[in-house]
Design a protein around this ligand. Structure first.
Ligand code: KG4
Ligand code: ZN
Length: 346
């Protein structure tokens, strides 16, 4: 069963062709240069860039695996969460293709894609590892920070989430305060590593004392802002590495403590981690150590491009949706749901 999948939820235009868990082709057109100068994603610019590129990206994805629309069985598309006017571009395109080529559409939750990114195989079917439910999934991106109990294919329960900023968003905001540009996660990682990944300033870890599995990063962000303001420009510039490292420590400490608590509370020692922030190698090391402590296992996105946004993970999730729920919708009822949650059902 070949699936052509489309993701236009944020600032990457991506199309893939997948067969079960195997990626036959995946094309990503990143808009990072479009948004960089504005210090964040501008929805109207994202929409225009998706519209300009989507047909080209579809053709490239088909060309790369030497297929035409005749070889495609289903069309999968992300219908949320994400930017409304960006999601609309992918959905409109999916509907047009479905009408012209007489295909059915599988709507996919973008976060479901980030979960399945840990199970994606290359075109040769590697890595082979099978599913071993249940898992705790830690999803960390620029827009989301969630802990999910992944009970079985397409069965999710959000057991913890951020009450304000996402982890990636917090790193991006700290980078902005330090004048490091956008997006900031990777730059903060580099500077922190030069400072030995140590905690110099002990910034606050909000909400760690409460009894939930939720996260909060806005108090940390504010504390960081006032601390650097007090320091003054010159001292700030000479302490970029220590400031980055201490901020990153505070964010990762929250992620680790909450994940550990979730694993204990639900008695699950198999962890999967998805989303852009898991590109951070130091965080991977910390999470690996955490699972070792409980004799558990950990899975990361299987290939580098699967950490950020991509359509391959959407196609793989779509395969299990069809297999398990047969969830194929009549075209006219499909609409974008910008605040779609993993607790919702189509
Ligand atoms: O999943 P993603 O590509 O897009 C969203 O759906 O949001 O995540 C983007 C986020 C940004 O906040 C970016 O700063 C962060 O992932 N990120 C990183 C690293 N690379 C990207 N955070 C920490 N360390 C990195 N190396
Ligand atoms: Zn994402």
């Amino acid at each position: 069963m070949n699936i052509l999948s489309i993701d236009t939820s944020c600032d990457e235009t991506s199309v893939a062709v997948t067969s079960e868990r195997r990626v036959l082709s995946n094309v990503i057109y990143s808009q990072v240069l479009v948004h960089k100068q504005w210090g964040g994603v501008v929805p109207s610019l994202a929409k225009r860039a998706h519209e300009e590129r989507i047909d080209f990206v579809i053709n490239e994805a088909l060309k790369k695996c030497r297929m035409t629309m005749k070889d495609v069985d289903y069309i999968a598309v992300t219908y949320g969460p994400g930017l409304a006017i960006a999601l609309e571009v992918g959905i409109k395109t999916a509907k047009e293709l479905a009408t012209v080529f007489n295909k059915k559409i599988i709507p996919v939750n973008h976060m479901e894609g980030h979960i399945y990114s840990c199970f994606v195989q290359n075109s040769q079917g590697k890595p082979k590892g099978d599913f071993n439910f249940p898992y705790i999934a830690l999803l960390i991106s620029g827009g989301h920070t969630e802990l999910v109990l992944f009970r079985n294919h397409c069965e999710y329960e959000i057991i913890g989430a951020t009450v304000d900023d996402a982890a990636g968003e917090a790193l991006d905001k700290a980078a902005k305060v330090l004048g490091l540009g956008y997006p900031g996660g990777a730059v903060v990682e580099r500077l922190a590593s030069r400072a030995g990944n140590k905690d110099y300033y002990n910034f606050p870890r909000p909400m760690l004392k409460d009894n939930t599995l939720n996260f909060s990063f806005s108090g940390l962000k504010t504390a960081f802002y006032y601390f650097t303001e007090k320091m003054g420009e010159e001292e700030k510039t000479t302490h970029l590495e220590q400031l980055s490292s201490s901020f990153q420590e505070a964010v990762f400490d929250c992620l680790l403590k909450r994940t550990e608590k979730a694993m204990q509370k639900h008695e699950v020692n198999r962890l999967i981690v998805g989303g852009g922030v898991v590109a951070n190698m130091y965080l991977r090391k910390l999470l690996r150590n955490l699972t070792k402590k409980s004799n558990g296992t950990i899975l990361f996105p299987t290939l580098k491009y699967l950490t950020g946004d991509n359509a391959a993970m959407i196609g793989v999730a779509a395969h299990y949706i069809v297999e398990k729920r047969g969830n194929i919708v009549p075209e006219d009822t499909l609409d974008r749901v910008p605040r779609l949650s993993l607790n919702d059902r189509f």
